[in-house]
Structure formats: structure tokens, C-alpha cells
Design a protein around this ligand. Structure first.
Ligand SMILES: [Cu+2]
Length: 250
């Protein structure tokens, strides 16, 4: 009886720990936007596919173990062809096709009137510039409108960083001298968190930022209520060695 109780406690503990791992401010399995929901679905479907393949292999193993005479009749060549090629051929092609299909649909549909935000990574902080909202700049806090697509332009002024709001969208790199564009959308008003997802030196772990999602008609007031951040140091404003022309950002 005590052994049964112990087993149940371990089982409950495992379920609780498992569930806790699926939530939290940086959990991709607790999506708060359509792109993140697609990623979370893909994770579960890939995991299920892995389990199906594992179950098929274990079923074969069980048959060989329980009925050795059956296994003996199958030659090595057939084991390789049926087990090594046949089983993966059942499970993997549908998963590859699914991942390609998802890859084409992971970003929200482009909208002509999507809100634009320019995101600049710099060791070790983020600047968010809002050309559609008074040209204001905020530091380490990004404001998003709930339920509306946002077009984010990413760049860096020193080394490669990576902009990631795990509950909203997959990450994308901020690369110096280049502008990467991504679209994202947050579902509901509230507070989320984002991180730099590319190791960028000793301050990398502190390169987090807060995500404040507002009802769309309250977003501008929320941005303007923030202190105006220092505009990022662009190559045009940074001192450069004599004779070296600064690289244009775009
Ligand atoms: Cu970093």
C-alpha cells in the first residue's frame, strides 16, 4: 500500500513538473500569438511522430523477443530495408511535408497598415523606435497592439543579437549592416517577456526586455508616457576611423 502511494506521488509530481515546464513567461508551449501557436502545434505533432516511430520499433523488438522463431526467419538485409528504411518512410515524409507547410504559414499575413517598429540591438540593451507613434523610442520595453499584426525591422549596431518573444513568435537575428523584417502579433493585452537569443558577450543574459501589449487605441498614449530613450547610435552618428566610410544601415 505505501509503495502504491509512493508511486502515485511520483506520478503526480511528474505531471505537475511537466505542466509547469509548459507555462511561464518564456515558454513557447504557452503561446500568446498566432505564430507561437503554430510553433507549439508543430512541437506537439513532431513529438507525437517521434513517439509513433518509437512505438513501431518497440513493437518489432517485442515480436522478436517474444517469438524468436519469427525473427530468425528474417534475414539481415530485410531487417535493414524494412526496419531502417520502411519504418521511417511511414512516419518521416508526413512530418517533413507538415513542417514545410507550416514554414510557409508561420508569419501573420502581410498587412499594408501593419504597425511598424524598428528594433535595434546593441551590447547589451534594446531600443524600440515607433515611426507610426510620434517617432518615440523606448529602451528595453516594447509596446505592441493586441490582435493586430506588427511589422518589426531588426538590425544591430555592433554584433549579432537575436530578437525573441517566445510566447509570440519565433526568434529572428539582428545583424549589423542589414535589416531583417519579421511580422508578429500578440493576442491579448498584458505583459510578456523577451530575450536576446544569440550569445553576445558577458552582458547577454541581462539583455532581456519587457513586452507590454495594449488595446490598439491605448498604445500610442502608453508609448508617449515612457521617457524618450536615447536614439540608437547609428553608423552615421558613431565616430569612425578617418578614411573609412560608415556602412549604410539599409
Ligand atoms: Cu545576446
Amino acid at each position: 500500500m505505501p509503495r502504491k502511494r509512493g508511486a502515485r506521488a511520483i506520478q503526480l509530481g511528474g505531471i505537475t513538473l511537466g505542466a509547469a515546464g509548459c507555462s511561464g513567461p518564456l515558454s513557447t508551449l504557452d503561446p500568446a500569438g498566432p505564430s507561437a501557436a503554430v510553433v507549439a502545434d508543430m512541437f506537439w505533432i513532431m513529438t507525437a511522430g517521434g513517439f509513433v516511430l518509437f512505438a513501431l520499433v518497440m513493437a518489432l523488438f517485442a515480436m522478436v523477443y517474444l517469438r524468436p522463431t519469427w525473427g530468425r526467419r528474417v534475414g539481415p538485409y530485410r531487417w535493414i530495408v524494412y526496419g531502417g528504411l520502411g519504418l521511417p518512410a511511414i512516419v518521416l515524409p508526413p512530418l517533413v511535408a507538415y513542417s514545410l507547410w507550416v514554414g510557409e504559414r508561420i508569419w501573420p499575413t502581410p498587412e499594408r497598415d501593419a504597425v511598424r517598429i524598428e528594433v535595434v540591438g546593441q551590447m547589451w540593451f534594446w531600443s524600440f523606435h515607433y515611426p507610426d507613434h510620434g517617432g518615440h523610442t523606448t529602451v528595453d520595453i516594447i509596446h505592441l497592439p493586441a490582435g493586430e499584426p506588427v511589422e518589426v525591422e531588426l538590425t544591430s549596431l555592433d554584433i549579432i543579437h537575436s530578437f525573441w518573444i517566445p510566447r509570440v513568435a519565433p526568434k529572428r537575428d539582428n545583424i549589423p549592416g542589414q535589416v531583417n523584417v519579421m511580422r508578429l502579433q500578440a493576442d491579448e493585452p498584458g505583459r510578456l517577456e523577451g530575450v536576446c537569443a544569440e550569445f553576445c558577450g558577458l552582458g547577454h543574459t541581462d539583455m532581456r526586455f519587457e513586452v507590454r501589449v495594449h488595446p490598439p487605441d491605448e498604445m500610442e498614449a502608453a508609448i508617449l508616457a515612457e521617457p524618450q530613450g536615447f536614439p540608437p547610435q547609428t553608423p552615421e552618428t558613431q565616430p569612425t576611423p578617418e578614411g573609412l566610410a560608415p556602412e549604410p544601415l539599409r
